[in-house]
Design a protein around this ligand. Sequence first.
Ligand code: NAG
Ligand code: NAG
Ligand code: NAG
Length: 365
Amino acid sequence: MEMLRRFNKCRLIGFLRKPRLGVGLLLVLMLTGIPFLVDYAQEWTLRRDPTPITNGSIVQMRARAVSFNMEVFRHNASKYYLIPNTNACDGPDVFLVSFVISKTGHFQSREAIRQSWASVKDVQGHTVLILFALGVPESTEEQERIEEESSQYKDVVQGVFRDTYHNLTLKTIMIMQWFGTYCPAARYLLKVDDDVFLNYHNLMEHLIGLSDDSEDLYLGWVHRRVRPVRNKNDLYYVSESVYSKDVYPDYCSGTSYVVSKDVVLKVYVAALTTPLITIEDVFVGLCAHKMGVSPTHTSKISGPVRFHLNQCCYKSIYASHHIKPGEFLKIWKLVNDGSRCSLLAKYTGLFMCKALALLSPVINQ
Ligand SMILES: *[C@@H]1O[C@H](CO)[C@@H](O)[C@H](O)[C@H]1NC(C)=O
Ligand SMILES: *[C@@H]1O[C@H](CO)[C@@H](O)[C@H](O)[C@H]1NC(C)=O
Ligand SMILES: *[C@@H]1O[C@H](CO)[C@@H](O)[C@H](O)[C@H]1NC(C)=O
């Protein structure tokens, strides 16, 4: 017995001394560390630029923008909205306004979002307001359903433009105008698509943690050095007369991004004199750039891809894309089941979801 134990011990020590195992362990650590290193590198290179703006004309434009008064639009609600929902922001001080950009026909997605992440109304005493932004549908039947939906939930804002892909930029301008007109005291605006799962608590905790005078915030998953598509048959086609340079300025993926209220005004004012590009997120990036606002990258938003569904991963991110209507409630329950993730579970969970997210452009090709 004693001999057997000693024999086992020797084997164990011998095994550990084998260089192969040490190298193997190191390799595993290094490999699993890659997605985290990539995140870190991206966040570092796309961090907020603290240097003050010195260009006189930009300084002037910024000052004019933040004093722009949108409350004058209150007098003409019917000119801009079929459903203006003018009183949605009344009540307790709203901290964050979340606008879910939704296609008119996506009744199921809106229902699933209301039942899941949008059921949160308050985080640590900070009020959040969730609204759905719609355009005009093709059929009057659909319009009637939307009006019913709106009177039931009171969370719809509907513009006067047709609800089409190429009008998405108009929809973003509309939510910015709505924010400035009807909820000008709110601190932040979140724009999110209706196929995105939000971990509201994490995002809110981050925003609450920023300093009170946090200006120039434009936070999301940043696209860098994207070239305009010049093929006329492409969905993303942009002509040289509309945008002539070779690359777009950095911009946050339109799937979900947050801007501070001063950025809402800056982008809105810049948009008034910028040729309309129908790619919504590129357009917002251009307007922000004109005003000297640069985006901040976060790896907690999945941007164009979907984070692999893993409980501990979803408990630590802000947003994941490509979620089907039927999945929202399931994920919501998974995130809010009250269980805690061990450090190891968090590491492996994050590794899984990030590695698969990094690989997904390759897999989907
Ligand atoms: C200041 O900004 C304007 C507008 O973006 C630009 O045309 C001009 O070249 C800039 N001036 C300097 C000195 O960078
Ligand atoms: C609102 O409508 C009135 C009358 O149609 C018009 O004179 C005014 O310029 C409009 N205001 C805005 C801000 O569009
Ligand atoms: C955008 O909406 C306007 C106003 O309803 C409409 O005339 C136009 O055709 C729409 N554009 C596209 C590209 O769908």
